[in-house]
Design a protein around this ligand. Structure first.
Ligand code: NAP
Ligand code: ZN
Ligand code: ZN
Length: 348
């Protein structure tokens, strides 16, 4: 075992503070790496505030992790010391169920994927995330970061990137598709960049026009404020695919009305309260409401390679660990452009 510095939430609603955690001994199939950067995902905030009702404190959040390999186990074949690597939202799964075998480990049902933090591993130990100096992970759950993507910009791709790439691929976004992205935050801004790189025609639906210049610079063709009721009249029936990245409850009827015949709205945000869905909004227009959870390991590697090839990287603000609590407040105020990334050098 080794010890490493980390930032942990001691209890619901309490600020994160510096602490020390242990990492397991490097096993034969394990990769140990120094964490260089960790992104702040809104899911970290939902978790530490116990909005999903299942937090086991203390929680060290962080599932957008990028760093450099320092040690590999005797049986490791995919990685060597010095490699640039990343870890996303899960660090293990059963490897036997139909979903694991299909490369969709995020939907493992036996009993489920092991989250990078706030979960219990198959060794019975709680998992702790990337707001720390180093981590040990089985090589099958480690990704290779392409040379052209700097480590700080790679981190957010490990959750925000794959969470938006996967549904865009699944619902065939590309030339001729009308895609809308609700919410221009961490997920939303990457959804715009990735959908544009796939060739789709992209519209941003944001609360206001404050970030319009940015949205258009990221590649969106159109940008509307959802605070303006006219937006919902103007865009009625326009979209083949809508990605909802908003972390709060929205009036789903309004947004479903923007779908074309047979269009799909994919829910990516996980607000605290259940959503209300008016049946007519689905029935008139044979519309679909779906959801999507991150992506499997193979698809995450595919996404990283796609981003390298198409020069897609997130817009980030790099912060020091002692700024995490302020960064959380800014994310909650939709004042993030567009992902906070923690420089973990002082935790190593
Ligand atoms: P984020 O950076 O905070 O972005 C969310 C955006 O939603 C904000 O920037 C804001 O955009 C908009 N928004 C916030 N509050 C709103 C409100 N009350 N009404 C309308 N719009 C509002 O968060 P994120 O890290 O992208 O995560 C977004 C959500 O996805 C979270 O719920 C997170 O837990 C979830 N998530 C899900 C998955 C998955 O696998 N499905 C993976 C990662 C994250 P504008 O200012 O442009 O309106
Ligand atoms: Zn996340
Ligand atoms: Zn499984």
């Amino acid at each position: 075992m080794s010890t490493v510095s980390a930032y942990a939430a001691p209890a619901a609603g309490e600020p994160l503070t510096k602490t020390t955690i242990t990492r397991r001994e490097v096993g034969p199939h394990d990769v140990a790496f120094d964490i260089h950067f960790a992104g702040i995902c809104h899911s970290d905030i939902h978790t530490v505030r116990d909005e999903w009702g299942q937090a086991a404190y203390p929680v060290v959040p962080g599932h957008e992790i990028a760093g450099i390999v320092t040690e590999v186990g005797s049986e490791v074949t995919k990685f060597a010391v010095g490699d640039r690597v990343g870890v996303g939202c899960f660090v293990d799964s059963c490897r036997e169920c139909e979903f694991c075998l299909a490369g969709e480990e995020q939907y493992c049902n036996n009993p489920g994927m092991v989250g990078t933090y706030n979960a219990v591993g198959f060794d019975g130990q709680p998992t702790q995330g990337g707001y720390s100096g180093a981590i040990v992970v089985d090589e099958n759950y480690v990704l290779t970061i392409p040379e052209s993507i700097p480590l700080d910009k790679a981190a957010p791709l490990l959750c925000a990137g794959i969470t938006t790439y996967s549904p865009l691929r699944h619902w065939n976004a590309g030339p001729g598709t009308e895609v809308a992205v609700i919410g221009l935050g961490g997920l939303g801004h990457l959804a715009v960049k990735i959908a544009v790189a796939m060739g789709a025609h992209v519209t941003v639906l944001s609360q206001s026009l404050k970030k319009m210049e940015d949205g258009l610079r990221l590649g969106a063709s159109e940008y509307y404020a959802t605070s303006d009721r006219d937006t919902f009249t103007k865009l009625k029936g326009k979209f083949d695919l809508i990605l909802n990245t908003v972390s709060a409850n929205l009036d789903m009827g309004d947004y479903l009305g923007l779908l074309a015949l047979d269009g799909t709205l994919v829910e990516l945000g996980m607000p605290e309260r259940p959503m209300e869905v008016p049946a007519p909004a689905l029935i008139f227009g044979r519309r679909r409401l779906s959801g999507s959870l991150i992506g499997g390991i193979a698809e995450t590697q595919e996404m990283l390679d796609f981003c390298a090839e198409h020069d897609v990287t997130p817009e980030i603000e790099v912060i020091q660990p002692d700024y995490i609590n302020e960064a959380y407040e800014r994310v909650l105020a939709s004042d993030v452009r567009y992902r906070f990334v923690i420089d973990t050098a002082t935790l190593r």
